[in-house]
Ligand binder design. Structure first.
Ligand code: MN
Length: 478
């Protein structure tokens, strides 16, 4: 279980009685958060009374692999110069909780002792200044700590911090390279490692094929049992499905052996494989493995970390590609899908295993999962390389039921409506340079992505009901 350290600020001028109360109150807060938020554990560090304590705490948090983030709060005043050297050594996402132990002011009892003990209004501003002055990426959550809204924001921070820790440890394997001539799916692998931690490395498809060819019939049988327990077998071409089962077993072994949490393939480089991985890639995505088609390592990594962020929440999160539109005026819809590799997380019904020809690539007919998509409010989010910085584009969308059956479409698909409408929403996406590969999620929202962007220092463009025609002129066309 991942851990969040709770660090409370005070100073040694106040005397033991006051500091004892600070510790007790902070422990009570930690216990409360532990009750409310189950995605991580919370642990109280020694009260920051001096610079050496702050340094020791920050070193402990930075060196603890289980620690994904730190929450700080100033119970009393806490002179911020004594935080400088500690904060300089902190390398974990930081939440500044601007709160108080007491909700209400005890008007009839308040005296100077109470004022000295409970002065977040004073101490948290001093602390806020030093975070701003040191230009440390952080999140501020303000309000009484037991308020549902505050708890929800802290919980959001825990999810985002967990995803950032996942990202920092993520290894991405690319089989084949970026699809020839394609621009937006390419990127600076050195820079994504510096900024997000992704160790992206190339592996020869032949080395994967060797592992795949060594997969035994028994292993394929076992994988087929898994498929038939999760999906409907809607084909007589069992050999084609077994071929995919073999690919998945081989991929699982290869990924585990290299410690990879995400991978890419490309239909332009399948030397030694008879089919493009279809259900093999889909079923791996269902287990949280990031996948990017056509060598898109950015979306592979990004989808993996967003799946991690959404863990424990209701809803679906996964890779998708923008495909085609219904441009009926006033009720425009997008049909999003891929050649094969649509994550089963999006399935509204039990996915069916089907075998159909693939239009391009010149390979055998691959087995894939086919289904209609989930509905509800969601986001479409992508990450592009602008040359001198990365940009995240996050658009609010509404996933809808497909208006009519599509009996001849042999791939899984989702459909959605853009916000505020097609005209502004899709124009904004184009102006912002959004990719045709993205992550769609009904589990995450814009606030999650905004927090991730802030904590990783990434430029963010949001599109939604608050986006106007004037925004297109002012922002996107500058
Ligand atoms: Mn694609």
């Amino acid at each position: 279980m991942k851990k969040i350290y709770f660090m409370v600020g005070s100073q040694d001028l106040y005397g033991e009685e006051c500091l004892k109360q600070v510790r007790a109150d902070a422990q009570e807060m930690v216990n409360f958060l532990s009750e409310k938020i189950k995605s991580v554990t919370f642990e109280l560090l020694p009260t920051v009374e001096t610079s050496p304590i702050c340094i020791a705490n920050c070193r402990k948090a930075s060196n603890d692999d289980d620690c994904v983030g730190v929450i700080t709060w100033m119970h009393t005043f806490s002179p911020a110069k004594m935080w400088i050297k500690g904060l300089q050594q902190l390398n974990k996402p930081l939440l500044h909780l601007h709160t108080q132990y007491n909700e209400k002011l005890p008007y009839d009892k308040i005296d100077m002792d109470f004022m000295n003990l409970n002065q977040a209004a004073h101490g948290d501003r001093e602390y806020g200044f030093i975070l701003a002055r040191m230009n440390i990426a952080h999140e501020v959550v303000a309000g009484y700590y037991k308020n549902d809204k505050v708890v929800k924001k802290i919980s959001r921070f825990c999810d985002v911090a967990r995803a950032i820790a996942f990202s920092k440890n993520l290894r991405v394997g690319t089989f084949g390279n970026n699809m020839r001539d394609v621009a937006v799916t390419d990127g600076d692998r050195v820079e994504t490692q510096i900024q997000y931690g992704w160790e992206t490395n190339y592996y020869a498809i032949g080395d994967l094929v060797e592992v795949i060819n060594a997969v035994t019939d028994a292993e394929i049988d076992h994988k087929m049992d898994e498929y038939t327990s999760k999906y409907d077998m809607n084909t007589d071409n069992i050999d084609a499905v077994r071929e995919q089962a073999k690919y998945e077993v081989g991929l699982e072994k290869f990924l585990a052996n290299k410690g990879l949490g995400a991978f890419t393939d490309t239909f332009q480089d399948l030397n030694g494989l008879r089919q493009l991985p279809g259900i093999a890639a889909q079923n791996l995505m269902d287990k949280g493995i990031g996948f990017g088609p056509e060598g898109d390592y950015k979306i592979s990594a990004f989808s993996a970390l967003l799946m991690e962020m959404s863990k424990g929440r209701e809803g679906a999160t996964g890779f998708i590609e923008d495909y085609t539109y219904d441009l009926t005026e006033g009720s425009e819809l997008e049909l999003a899908s891929h050649m094969l590799e649509v994550p089963p997380a999006f399935a509204a019904n039990k996915p069916a295993i089907e075998v159909h020809p693939l239009g391009i690539g010149g390979k055998e007919d691959p087995a894939r999962l086919v289904f209609d998509g989930v509905t509800g409010d969601g986001i479409q989010v992508t990450l592009v390389d602008m040359g001198d910085h990365f940009r995240i584009i996050c658009a609010d969308i509404e996933l809808v039921k497909q208006p009519l059956p599509m009996p001849n479409l042999p791939v899984a698909r989702i459909m959605y409506r853009h916000k505020p409408d097609f005209e502004i929403g899709t124009a904004a996406w184009c102006y912002a340079g959004g990719a045709h590969h993205s992550v769609v999620s009904t589990a995450l929202d814009r606030n999650d992505i905004a927090m991730f962007a802030r904590l990783t220092g990434t430029e963010l463009v949001t599109i939604g009901d608050d986006t106007t025609e004037a925004d297109l002129q002012k922002f996107f066309m500058k």
